[in-house]
Design a protein around this ligand. Structure first.
Ligand code: NDP
Length: 498
């Protein structure tokens, strides 16, 4: 690490009640660069006693009203200061994210710009929204619905977009006036540690934002099993989501779950060929497929399938896999050797299920990549909806191909998933496009595009992809309670029991 990076990551302790502290009960963890396996940082990890201290600090800060009672304009000012600081440290943050996750520096820069945009969006939204007045039919009554912060939040994020996913939670939670305890993935905590430093620098009151990095089974479980947390907002895998929903049920804690996806990308015969090929490649292989909304399930019309797949195979073979810090690299390594083993197990499964391996299916031969957790873009043709490789989230650079003959069949295949996070449709027929996007049961549907988003539009899933929404006005509503205030301005004896 160099210069600004070191400053942002100086003393990577826990951040509790406005102070950087060493853990009472935890240990330390070596953070490795997936591009070459080298240790890039050693961070403290919390134990359950540290989690209790962090939750207690967040509770005190909430109850004292040091943040929750500040006017929206003041909260917005803090968010804008954070955005400024993120902008100032944009390059260092991007480098940290690339060293930690393996993604290309170009992608990391896009992530940081999106993070800045999220803070700015919620700064704007919180100052423009207002109470809702309700007409009760009684002119003597002033009835209004006001929004109040939900309380103490546990914010838990995954490793694939560490800073981005965390900012989708922290920015609206701060805007709403909530207090929080933040837990990044144990694998990629560095950019979240840096974010905490910048939020502290921006002047957030002590106890409002607390950081407890550490193992999910210890820190995550402690955070989600306590009655002192009012809302758990979690992004991660479906099985962890189930465990968290169970823990939350014990105390009727509110829970928002952004889980995985197995996202169909439907290509009709009338689609613009070059645009569709490009969108499918980007959707499947960006960040080596470690994207919750990755379009890893191609559903292509049978009349164009052979040529389309041949072109994908040709283009996939040309994708430059390499270290994220090297400008020529177009995609980086998988996040860890352990994760690559899971992806390799899925490739073996696909072969055993009878899918036809037509691209990749192995680690790169380049000896310079031998110490990193790289895997080549992989394509399986002749897949069937019943295969596990088609139905399960592989979270790696694996694209499966199914063929369809009618629009109805394409929709049916696109909805044949227990998930429902995202889908793509490529067609030049406007009416068909509208019919199909409306029929697909997914939280985001791209028409003639794939993977793009804006902080102003909701993000989240149908089915097993989760509950609740991030981003947009709903992303702010997650962190609020609604309160109805009924004010009778001309009270009189009701006489009910006369
Ligand atoms: P995991 O579910 O393994 O982990 C997510 C977070 O939960 C991590 O911080 C993890 O900690 C923590 N955790 C693990 N066990 C528990 C527990 N028992 N209680 C509380 N917290 C726990 O997911 P991954 O990190 O592997 O991320 C990949 C998954 O995330 C994929 O399924 C992907 O689809 C999904 N995802 C969804 C997105 C969406 O918007 N819907 C966006 C991005 C990813 P630790 O790492 O320390 O174990």
């Amino acid at each position: 690490m160099i210069g600004d990076d070191e400053q942002l990551l100086a003393s990577p302790h826990l951040y509790i009640d406005g102070t950087w502290v060493a853990p009472v009960g935890g240990g330390t963890r070596q953070i490795r660069n997936p591009a070459d396996g080298t240790v890039i940082a050693v961070v403290d990890e919390a134990g359950s006693a540290d989690v209790s201290a962090a939750v207690a600090a967040a509770r005190r800060a909430f109850d004292a009203g040091s943040w929750s009672t500040r006017p929206p304009t003041e909260r917005a000012e803090l968010l804008l200061r954070v955005a400024e600081l993120l902008d100032t440290h944009r390059d260092a943050l991007a480098r940290i994210e690339t060293l930690d996750t393996g993604k290309t520096l170009h992608e990391s820069h896009i992530d940081i710009d999106d993070v800045i945009a999220v803070f700015r969006y919620y700064a704007d939204l919180v100052t423009t929204d207002s109470d809702r007045f309700v007409d009760t039919g009684n002119p003597a009554v002033v009835s209004r619905v006001v929004h109040e912060p939900v309380g103490v939040c546990a914010l838990i994020a995954p490793w694939n977009y560490p800073l981005l996913q965390m900012s989708w939670k922290v920015a609206p939670a701060l805007a709403a006036g909530a207090t929080m305890v933040v837990k990044p993935s144990e694998v990629t905590p560095l950019s979240t540690i840096a974010l905490m430093r910048l939020i502290a620098q921006a002047g957030v009151p002590a106890g409002v934002v607390n950081l407890v990095q550490g193992d999910g089974s210890v820190v995550g479980a402690a955070l989600t099993g306590t009655p002192d947390v009012d809302l758990i907002s979690f992004t991660g895998g479906a099985s962890t989501g189930v465990a968290i929903a169970r823990a939350a049920a014990e105390h009727i804690t509110r829970v928002a779950l952004e889980l995985g996806g197995k996202n169909p990308h439907i290509v009709f015969a009338d689609a613009d060929h070059a645009i569709a090929v490009d969108a499918v490649l980007t959707g499947a292989f960006l960040h080596s497929g470690q994207v919750c909304s990755a379009g890893t399930r191609l559903i292509v019309h049978e009349s164009i399938a052979d040529g389309f797949v041949a072109e994908l195979v040709r283009r996939a073979a040309g994708i430059r896999v390499g270290p994220g810090m090297d400008p020529p690299s177009q995609t980086g390594p998988l996040v860890s050797a352990e994760h690559r083993s899971k992806v390799e197990a899925y490739v073996a499964l696909g072969i055993s299920e009878g899918a036809e391996l037509v691209a990749g299916g192995k680690r790169p031969d380049d000896p310079r990549l031998a110490n990193g957790s790289y895997y080549l873009p992989t394509i399986f043709d002749r897949c069937h909806r019943s295969m596990r490789i088609v139905q399960e989230e592989t979270f790696g650079p694996i694209l499966t191909v199914e063929r369809f003959s009618t629009e109805t069949e394409a929709i049916e295949l696109g909805n044949d998933t227990s998930y429902g996070l995202a889908a793509g449709v490529q067609t030049s027929d406007r009416d068909r496009g509208e019919r199909v996007v409306r029929a697909l049961r997914h939280g985001t549907v791209w028409l003639n595009d794939f993977g793009t988003y804006t902080p102003a539009a909701e993000w989240g899933g149908f089915g097993r992809s989760g509950t609740g929404r991030e981003l947009g006005p709903s992303g702010l509503a997650e962190y609020r309670e609604s309160k109805h205030i009924w004010h009778n301005t001309a009270p009189a004896v009701g006489g009910w029991f006369d």
